[in-house]
Write a protein that binds this ligand. Structure first.
Ligand code: ATP
Ligand code: MG
Length: 440
């Protein structure tokens, strides 16, 4: 495709009349809401005559009255100019260079020069060249969703909207910038980003955006696999797992990404969804702003109802090696397809089979100690604790895990019911354990 005549004309189906951005002082953002170091960077850039705006998720979240995760900045300054302006500046990225301005306690403010629209090889499809500098308008239009493309100018205290994002935010609507089919073909991971933002920010998918998420879903096969896995994990830990996974199922995306699980669950209205929904809800309730569980445990949540249903058909006291093989067989296809890191596959399999195995393990002191001190045990305990809030758990099982946790260095000993006298099960060893720090 030849170079576009005007940046905005290149965004297909772009409504005319938006070349001049909407600027508004009615936005409710107060400078106090913005990270003081980000304000310092914005001020210094504008003092030296550059345009510098707060952009992306930071502006969106402030407008939604949510606490932003990060405060990204876009500017007319070039990377080399930023290096001259900021002593604490590090340039990163091989092709499109970004500046990281580093502050105390490891805080980093990311500053990017306004980017140009990407060039396509021919027609629509994946982006080929995406590295040229541009203007505020091109920088806005190349972003994914209108609500993610708003700028905040601290000098004039205005929100600048090139794409109709303010209107969409007011209507609580998630809409791609330009033709959704084109935008999802350019980068299919945007389909999952749409699910994530709709669920997390409680936005409705705009009609054509939703239609394109369905019609273009097979484009996900072309996406970079680590990015897919990353989005699937984010949807689990970022506080909106229940809605995200329901949406994935409703839109037919789960059957593409995790067909084994999707086939078992059916539609979100079907009965098999219930146990998973309860578990995902507990994950959401426990969300505190950070990733609390390793990917292996997060994925174990997705597999647990399926694994549990299969194990329920096995004879009682099934050999542990068989339980393990079952977990391995279940997980293997996705582990290969999604290239789940080996370590997380290990945690995932152990967390599943451990749910069945720990009750037997408690009977013998030597087995108990070995199991509780194994590298896999923290994951077993994590999943057990989530289950404990999501499904009926027998007092015996709670007592058994309690006993094991006491053998595990650094484990939080989980609370148990008062029905059983645990000292009868315990052999008297009482050691206090420090709180376990979860690695993420
Ligand atoms: P979060 O709160 O999850 O960090 P965010 O909006 O900040 O949400 P990021 O993934 O951090 O999302 O990306 C920052 C910004 O970069 C987005 O708001 C969006 O404008 C732009 N962006 C990110 N990924 C894409 C993409 N795949 N295509 C187009 N624009 C993107
Ligand atoms: Mg962000």
């Amino acid at each position: 495709m030849s170079a576009p005549e005007s940046p905005l004309a290149a965004a297909s189906q772009w409504p005319t009349g938006l070349d001049e951005p909407v600027r508004t002082g009615h936005h409710g953002i107060s400078p106090d809401d913005i990270d003081p170091d980000a304000v310092k960077v914005l001020r210094r850039l504008s003092q030296f005559g550059y345009h510098a705006y707060l952009v992306g998720g930071g502006v969106r979240d402030l407008l939604l009255r949510r606490a932003p995760k990060d405060f990204d900045i876009a500017t007319s300054a070039r990377p080399a100019e930023m290096r001259r302006l900021f002593r604490n500046c590090r340039l990163i990225g091989r092709r499109f260079r970004l500046a990281h301005i580093c502050f105390a306690d490891g805080k980093v403010i990311e500053v990017a020069t306004f980017r140009d629209l990407p060039e396509h090889d021919e027609g629509d499809g994946p982006i080929q060249d995406d590295n040229a500098f541009g203007t505020p308008a091109t920088d806005a239009v190349r972003r994914d969703f209108t609500v993610n493309a708003l700028f905040y100018d601290p000098v004039t205290d205005e929100v600048i909207d090139h794409v109709g994002g303010l209107e969409d935010l007011a209507a609580r609507r998630l809409r791609t910038i330009g033709d959704p089919v084109v935008r999802f073909r350019e980068d299919p991971v945007r389909i999952l980003r749409a699910v994530k933002f709709a669920a997390r920010l409680d936005l409705n998918l705009d009609g054509p955006t939703e239609a394109a998420m369905r019609s273009e879903k097979s484009e996900l096969r072309k996406a970079a696999i680590p990015r897919l896995l990353e989005e699937l994990a984010r949807m689990l830990w970022q506080g909106a797992a229940e809605r995200s996974y329901e949406l994935l199922a409703e839109l037919g995306l789960l059957e593409l990404l995790l067909p084994e699980i999707a086939a078992f669950l059916g539609r979100p209205v079907d009965e098999p969804w219930k146990p998973l929904r309860n578990l995902l809800r507990v994950l959401d309730q426990r969300f505190s702003g950070e990733q609390q569980y390793p990917m292996g445990v997060l994925l174990a949540v997705l597999y647990w109802p399926l694994y549990q249903a299969i194990v329920a058909e096995l004879p009682p006291r099934t050999d542990p090696s068989r339980l393990r093989r079952l977990a391995e067989t279940l997980v293997a296809p996705a582990a290969i397809r999604l290239r789940i890191p080996r370590r997380d596959v290990g945690i995932l399999i152990a967390a599943l089979e451990g749910q069945i195995r720990f009750e037997a393990a408690r009977r013998q002191k030597s087995t108990r100690v070995a199991f509780a001190r194994s590298a896999a045990f923290p994951g077993v305990l994590d999943l057990f604790e989530l289950r404990q809030e999501a499904e009926p758990i027998s007092a015996e099982a709670a007592a058994a895990i309690h006993l094991l946790a006491k053998e595990s260095p650094g484990a939080d000993v989980p609370p148990v019911g008062t029905l059983l006298d645990f000292e009868d099960l315990d052999d008297g060893e009482q050691r206090r354990r420090k709180r376990r720090r979860r690695s993420s």
